[in-house]
Design a protein around this ligand. Structure first.
Ligand SMILES: Cc1ncc(COP(=O)(O)O)c(C=O)c1O
Length: 421
């Protein structure tokens, strides 16, 4: 694939003309820098605002103004079942059945909530296996869950790290560690796409190994959702959580998502914390004692749907549906391969692309390691109108998003880097 690329602007523009998703760029607002749109490669942190988001939020405001309480039943998208309106699009994006998916709360909250169900340590089987260098919120979640159950993090948390001299964690090392701890493992929790390295883990194999060891498998998909190919149901994943503000473009702090495999959702014996929104709708308003969880992922929701925090997601997922997740992923593979091809030809800057190259081991993001120069290079990029971010130590994350980035964006980025020292 790489060898067919040509490092010219004409070639980039030709690729853009051939891109069947090119029109989608105009559906998003780009910030400006010195009278020009920025080169926005930060959709892995915060996706751009889809233009229809304002209209969707306006719709909810109008329904509230005109209908007040009746909006729960009569709004254009009735608020009573608002999270259900996301299921078709999200089920295609994460590869889950519709009833396995819900939208609620925020990412870390959902991670903690689902660990209450899926981390049920017993004497002798109490360990959680995680990737070393997991996102801090995940590390804090695991640490505090372990303490909640009276264990010590040092003993109960098993971290799998890259081998000495390597930057990427090998899937085989995770599988071997699961096997090694098979008698004491309760949960395997992995960031499906690591936020720092950009590597995608083999979630199917990790899930199978966890199950073989008698443990549950859960994934934080913050960086994978709307980005990497996911088949959560077929992989038999027990649970997964994600946020909606990165590749899903639903705005800062937008309501987050969760997947719970149907076999668990239907299992009324599985402990979950109750709230009236997780109660079966048929008895929700009977105000009786006795929590009857819905036999779906919604059985984990507790509170009234936060409609204003979900409206932009609705607008954004409509754009995703039109573009099609498979077409997006096909474009993404091309865009990121193009980015890698151009970066590899730079001779003026010294850095390492730490994200693995094989297509199934990465998605949109490439992580560039600039030893001891991360901040200095980032500042130069920002001055030149490039929006990317830095994660310590010294990694600049560059993530062209196939919905709104073009081959020309990538080429302009490369041209700016060509001028740097
Ligand atoms: C991998 C990962 N996990 C968890 C979080 C925390 O998400 P939130 O603040 O929405 O709970 C983030 C935020 O960027 C993240 O990237």
């Amino acid at each position: 694939m790489l060898q067919n690329f040509e490092p010219t602007l004409t070639y980039a523009q030709q690729k853009d003309r051939e891109d069947e998703l090119k029109e989608f760029r105009s559906r998003f607002y780009f910030p400006r820098h010195q009278d020009r749109e920025v080169i926005y490669f930060c959709g892995n942190s915060l996706g751009l605002q889809p233009k229809p988001a304002a209209e969707q939020i306006q719709q909810e405001l109008e329904d509230w103004r005109r209908m007040a309480i009746e909006g729960y039943w009569k709004a254009k998208t009735p608020w009573m079942t608002y999270p259900q309106s996301f299921r078709p699009a999200l089920s295609r994006i994460v590869g889950g059945l519709e009833e396995e998916i819900t939208v609620m709360n925020a990412l870390t909250v959902n991670l903690q909530l689902l660990m209450l169900s899926f981390y049920r340590p017993q004497p002798g089987r109490y360990k959680i296996l995680v990737e070393a260098g997991a996102f801090p919120s995940d590390q804090y979640s695991v640490e505090t869950q372990v303490r909640l159950h009276g264990y010590q993090p040092k003993d109960a948390i098993v971290e799998v790290a890259p081998r000495p001299g390597e930057r990427i964690i090998r899937d085989e090392d995770i599988l071997n560690a699961i096997d090694h701890h098979k008698d004491s493992l309760s949960l395997v929790l992995i960031g499906g796409l690591n936020y720092y390295t950009g590597q995608v883990f083999d979630m199917a194999a990790i899930t199978a190994a966890a199950h073989k060891a008698g443990a549950y498998a859960g994934f934080d998909l913050a960086h994978a959702v709307g980005n990497a190919p996911l088949r959560l149901h077929d992989w038999d994943v027990d649970f997964a959580v994600w946020c909606s503000y990165k590749y899903l473009n639903a705005g800062p702090g937008a309501a987050a998502g969760a997947f719970i495999h149907e076999k668990h959702a239907r299992n009324q014996q599985l402990i979950r914390l109750g709230g009236w929104w997780g109660n079966d709708e048929s008895s929700r308003f009977q105000m009786e004692k006795g929590f009857v969880p819905k036999p779906t992922a919604e059985g984990w929701s507790m509170s009234t749907a936060q409609v204003f925090n979900m409206a932009a997601l609705k607008a954004s997922l409509a754009v995703f549906e039109e573009a099609g997740i498979e077409r997006l992923q096909a474009k993404s593979r091309q865009l990121t391969a193009w980015l890698r091809f151009l970066l590899q030809s730079l001779t003026n800057l010294s850095f390492e692309i730490i994200t693995p190259e094989e297509p199934h081991r990465h998605a949109a993001q490439l992580s560039l390691f600039f030893e001891n120069r991360g901040k200095a290079i980032l500042d130069k990029m920002m001055e030149a109108g490039i929006v990317v971010d830095l994660r310590v130590p010294d990694v600049i994350r560059v993530a062209p998003a196939p919905l709104y980035n073009s081959f020309e964006d990538v080429f302009r980025f490369y041209q700016i880097l060509q001028q740097m020292q």
